[in-house]
Design a binder for this molecule. Sequence first.
Ligand code: TRP
Length: 367
Amino acid sequence: MGKNIILTGDRPTGKLHLGHYVGSLKRRVELQNSGAFDEINILIADDQALTDNADHPAKIRENIVNVVLDYLSVGIDPNVSTICIQSALPALHALTFYYLNLVTTARLSRNPTVKAEIQMRGFADEGLPTGFFTYPVSQAADITAFNATVVPVGEDQLPMIEQTREIVEKFNKIYGETLVLPKAMIPENETQRRLPGVDGKAKMSKSLGNCIYLSDDAKTIKKQVNGKMFTDPTHLQISDPGHTEGNVVFTYLDALCEDRHFAMFAPEYANLEEMKAHYRRGGLGDGTCKKFLINVLEETLAPIRERRAAWEQDIDAVYDILREGTRRANEVTNETLARVRKAMRINYFEDRSIVKEWETLLRATRQ
Ligand code: TRP
């Protein structure tokens, strides 16, 4: 084959936020626009979302539209990238069923991301749904069904790609060279890998109220920055020397700002290094830094917000994008399933050649 194929995806459990943007969405758009890939597929992983939301199917159904709107508004172009819905791709279910036989429960129990999620969701006490426990296998089905060579994801997803690679190697060893071995691609910039919440807590999360959503208005963003971002507790007077490490305002600037933002909003500095140096020396106020960050955020998010508002006026078109993307995805994933069944020699009804095989076998045992 030798094609360069991307598969990535998200669970539709809520609107996407700035953490998703700097950690993956921005990159996806850059990869899409680079022209370096033969195919880009983006999977809305609603089946995976159900593995820990079996009792909240409405939440998943509602958020599918939010996630597609977020994709379209950051610049995912449905003419270039295929956006599709996992539950409408039956080949993924079949592949999962076969791959489950190639993975031990002991191996699944060692997955650090799943382990952490089990704790977070209280499954350690309540009981662990089997579907949730095995979702890394279903994710391997997602990735291999699209013949993905590259999987751009956050750092927390590395164990899923590792698991996928093991399944591919095992499958190919048993049944012959069939599946494509994928590679993970994670953001180079450390702050982009893990953007903290506005309160400085490790992760943006809806329940902590520390998110900036891609769909937030200017007023909400300003409120989150001014009201919830702590800076440096030792920086009491503007003239005091300050710390930029562990200072959320600077963490966000590390993740988001580009040199052009200085020309636009703070021409006294050429780049973030110069601004940081001033803060460390003393003489640069937190209010000024926050104002600059708000400008950077607004410059980043305003066009996204506008595109979202426009798409919201045409949900019919959004529906058609999903339907067409899912149709295309069914072609590719069904083709992979056929290849897998053939490799496993369980493609009984493809032709009648097995009739001969069975007849020969029966003759041999009769003699
Ligand atoms: N597990 C991913 C997440 O929680 C979502 C996902 C499902 C995914 N299938 C995928 C990501 C395939 C990449 C490739 O973010």
